[in-house]
Design a protein around this ligand. Structure first.
Ligand code: ZN
Length: 845
């Protein structure tokens, strides 16, 4: 109970009252004021009047109501769920009115949550229950009766029920741990991740202290004596949308002993012969002759540099009294209620050297908070009596059965991390999403030596690098679509290349056309479906660089050399990843970090490179950087906006690790390595010789894509579509190629016509198909154009004429040449004409 002094009252006869009388008087007055809320019907508007708050003893409820009032008053920014206060002597009318106000705030419009708020956590076991209109009265009666018996000074809070997809426990200015579902951290969950918070940003600590001045931040240790709980519900579009989605709700301020600072896991190798190291504080000095205890050693001294660095068998550990000692192990499931823990798991009740093992736990679980409170060692993972461990860095243990582990500093290049990094990179090929740029936070944790998540940081770092290379590819290809309007030297191969990279079927699915689209989002959507690795992406980006390097002019704000630089940087990231994977060491890692940092800061035309689909905050929050001595920027901030981003990052990571392959994800039909190796060095002169739509020298996939594009997407209004610069597309239906047919024939056959005169025609010299004339037709036409009339024998002319094909784009030209020659011969050369007639007669017979 809280007694508030009311200055409007005067106690004239105060001298005659005993303390008890005074107490009773005030209590009665307060009770009258509280009851007046009911009598006057004020409960029909609210249940949290200050007259009623005087009767709230439960710290949890009291804090939450104050948070609610401060939020409504605009003095704090973290949003609580709407709430109603239910006192144990309230009537059903009060409960019904409160429920009526909560109902419109409920997700499904019908389910609310009735939370028991005991005065002290250790009294009794009280459940919180979901309530609907149908069972409200029944559940309220039953909970009220239990509470009156177990916790007569408790109360209840009625709130909308939220189907939270994740929840967090947050230690201000230290870190937040997020887990799946409504109760992911407090109950313990395998998929928990730590996020680092800005250590110098004080407004959250200050605001919580304003709510309740017993909640403090200790500047010396940088820790708080409380933790905050939040829940979050992800947006359906969370994988693609730029914003953080729904604001998280603050659900509890929970008093807790300070959290120890987080450290990176150490690495280790075994080398017992190393003279410099010493095993200290091994608890064998504690009485355990039969080796049935769980032992933890701290090892000091520098070790040799030989041996392989390992991180396996690493687990998290909370040591409250220096070291863990012998004794029994109790395995927590995470479902244990605080009240039960308070009754059963205390230092007094448990044997000496008792250890809590929590296989699905984390150092932010409520079981661990309990362990801190009671000075009981807590191990994340399974341990057995008799196990031996070495504690190499604060909060990290390694299983050490033979006492021969020599702890080494954190090393991002330990083999287990490299394996995890590779696995994450590989998974990115099939699970890439544009918002995974937020994994930058994990990349900097892993690479920067503030690894809060062990192996998971390395895995998500692989995902981040995979994200970055594909993101640069996605935005580069998205920009490339402007070549249509702005690239002055665009050739016949560009649009077919964009088309074949994804494939005609995929383009048709996304845009309705079988050739590459002019809509940016279509490119992003298809990159999600592309299963390509960093070797292939490097080739594609090198090609993009070449395309952006020339022809865009200097005045346009599309494409151009800025973009060539971006594509080139992306290719460099790919190359440094590939080099790192071949030879993972600190040097190649440093190069990779350097390339990643350069690529993070890329700009195009004065803007953030990824601004079409990623908030720049993804990189601002990724690591800590100083700006002046006390003012450190970076890492996640404490604002509701930043917390929403943090939760969304968790959702993305959790989906990346546990979710399905992207829909329609597949290896592209066209092999990118063949494609881009072919395109390297191929310029206008090449495509004038080998027509993209029909030359057998063109890779089949590219040739097919050229046909799918059609002349419209190959001839652009530039120097390659007119006069001497003309590059044919080679399609039989192309009007432009037909208009330029003399030129086309020259290009294709002129240079080789002499070969055709030999007796043995090189039969494979050119492509033949249903829509081209015979080799002899071309040969005869060539001779005629070169005015070598004597060389055209009657038989050759007949073969040439018979070989004409009306579908051939050059048919009119060939036919005209042969007819004209025949007309001339008939008037000038009787011998030749007679010979023709003779041969024709023979053929008829
Ligand atoms: Zn053409």
């Amino acid at each position: 109970m809280t007694i508030t002094k009311d200055d409007s009252k005067s106690y004239d006869d105060i001298g005659e009252l005993t303390a008890e009388d005074l107490f009773a008087n005030i209590y009665n007055e307060l009770t009258d004021e509280k009851d007046a809320i009911i009598k006057d019907g004020a409960y029909k508007q609210s249940t949290t009047q200050k007259e009623r708050l005087s009767f709230v003893s439960a710290q949890k409820a009291d804090d939450l109501i104050k948070v609610d009032m401060a939020y409504k008053g605009g003095s704090i920014r973290w949003k609580p769920l709407p709430l109603e206060l239910i006192l144990l002597d309230d009537t059903i009318d009060v409960v019904n009115a409160a429920f009526g106000r909560i109902l419109p705030e409920c997700e499904d419009g019908e389910t609310a949550f009735l939370r028991a708020c005991p005065e002290f956590a250790r009294h009794g076991v009280l459940e919180s229950i979901k309530v609907t209109k149908e069972n409200l009265q029944e559940n309220w009666i039953s909970l009220t009766e239990t509470m009156k018996k177990e916790d007569p000074r408790g109360c209840m809070i009625l709130q909308p029920f939220v189907h939270a997809t994740s929840s967090a426990v947050l230690a201000p200015q230290q870190f937040a741990t997020i887990g799946k579902g409504h109760d992911g951290i407090t109950a313990g969950n395998e998929r928990t991740l730590y996020f680092a918070l800005n250590p110098t940003q004080t407004y959250m600590s200050n605001d919580i202290n304003m709510i309740n001045n017993s909640h403090e931040f200790d500047i010396k240790t940088g820790t708080t004596n409380y933790e905050l709980e939040f829940v979050y519900k992800r947006d359906e579009e969370y994988k693609k949308k730029m914003g953080g989605g729904n604001e998280p709700y603050i659900t509890q301020i929970r008093a807790s002993p300070p959290n120890p600072p987080r450290a990176s896991p150490f690495t280790w190798h075994t080398n017992v012969s190393c003279p410099n190291y010493k095993v200290e504080n091994v608890n064998e000095e504690l009485d355990c002759p039969d080796n049935t205890c769980l032992k933890v050693a701290k090892i000091t001294g520098s070790a040799g540099t030989t041996g392989r660095c390992e991180v396996k068998d690493m687990t998290e550990f909370l040591s409250t009294s220096g070291i863990a000692s012998l004794g029994a192990v109790w395995v927590a499931s995470g479902l244990e209620e605080v009240a039960w823990l308070e009754e059963n798991i205390t230092r007094e009740k448990c044997p000496k050297g008792f250890v809590i093992s929590h296989p699905t736990g984390s150092l932010m679980s409520h079981i661990c908070a309990h362990a801190r409170q009671h000075g009981i060692p807590y191990v994340v993972g399974e341990v057995n009596v008799g196990d031996r461990f070495t504690e190499g860095t604060p909060t990290w243990l390694a299983l050490d059965p033979n006492w021969d582990i020599i702890p080494q500093p954190y090393n991002a290049c330990a083999p287990e991390y490299i394996e995890a990094f590779k696995a994450g990179l590989l998974r990115s090929q099939t699970h890439w999403q544009r918002q995974q740029g937020w994994f930058a936070h994990f990349f900097h944790q892993w690479a920067g030596g503030m690894n809060y998540n062990g192996i998971n940081d390395a895995y998500l770092s692989g995902a981040f690098v995979g994200w970055m290379t594909k993101a640069i590819l996605a935005v580069s290809l998205g920009e490339m679509r402007y070549c249509k309007d702005y690239k002055k030297n665009m050739m016949v191969d560009l649009w077919p290349t964009l088309t074949t990279m994804m494939g005609e079927t995929k383009w048709r699915e996304v845009s309705g056309n079988k050739h590459a689209s002019t809509v940016r989002q279509h490119y992003y959507a298809l990159v999600e479906q592309m299963n390509v690795d960093t070797i292939e992406i490097a080739l594609a980006l090198t090609w993009c660089k070449k395309q952006f390097s020339t022809g865009w002019g200097t005045s346009t704000s599309f494409g151009g050399t800025n973009w060539a630089e971006c594509a080139s940087r992306g290719a460099n990231v790919c190359k440094s990843v590939n080099a790192f994977l071949v030879n993972p060491n600190q040097e190649t890692l440093n190069e990779l970090i350097g390339e990643v940092n350069l690529a993070k800061n890329l700009e195009h035309n004065g803007g953030f490179l990824y601004d079409k689909f990623l908030s720049q905050k993804a990189f601002d929050y990724s690591s800590l950087h100083s700006s002046g001595t006390d003012n450190q920027k970076g890492l996640f901030s404490h604002s509701p906006d930043s917390l929403a981003y943090m939760f969304r990052t968790y959702e993305l990571a959790s989906e990346f690790m546990d979710g399905d392959v992207n829909e329609k994800n597949a290896v592209p039909n066209a092999d990118w390595i063949t494609l881009f190796n072919f395109l390297r060095g191929k310029g206008a002169s090449y495509f004038r010789q080998q027509f993209i739509a029909n030359s057998l020298e063109i890779p089949e996939a590219l040739r097919d894509a050229a046909v799918a594009c059609g002349p419209k997407y190959m001839h652009w209004n530039n120097k390659y579509s007119t006069a001497e610069g003309f590059i044919p597309c080679g399609m039989s239906t192309c009007k432009l190629c037909k208009e330029n047919d003399v030129l086309v024939m020259d290009l294709k056959y002129g240079s080789v016509s002499s070969q055709l005169l030999t007796n043995s025609y090189p039969e494979v010299f050119m492509a033949s198909g249903k829509d081209v004339s015979s080799l002899e037709s071309y040969a005869v036409a060539s001779l005629l154009r070169e005015k070598k009339y004597q060389d055209v024998t009657p038989q050759m002319w007949i073969n040439g004429w018979n070989g004409l094909n009306k579908l051939d784009v050059t048919y009119p030209l060939l036919s005209e040449l042969l007819q004209k020659f025949l007309r001339n011969q008939m008037s000038d050369n009787n011998t030749w004409t007679d010979e023709v007639l003779k041969v024709l007669k023979e053929e008829v017979q």
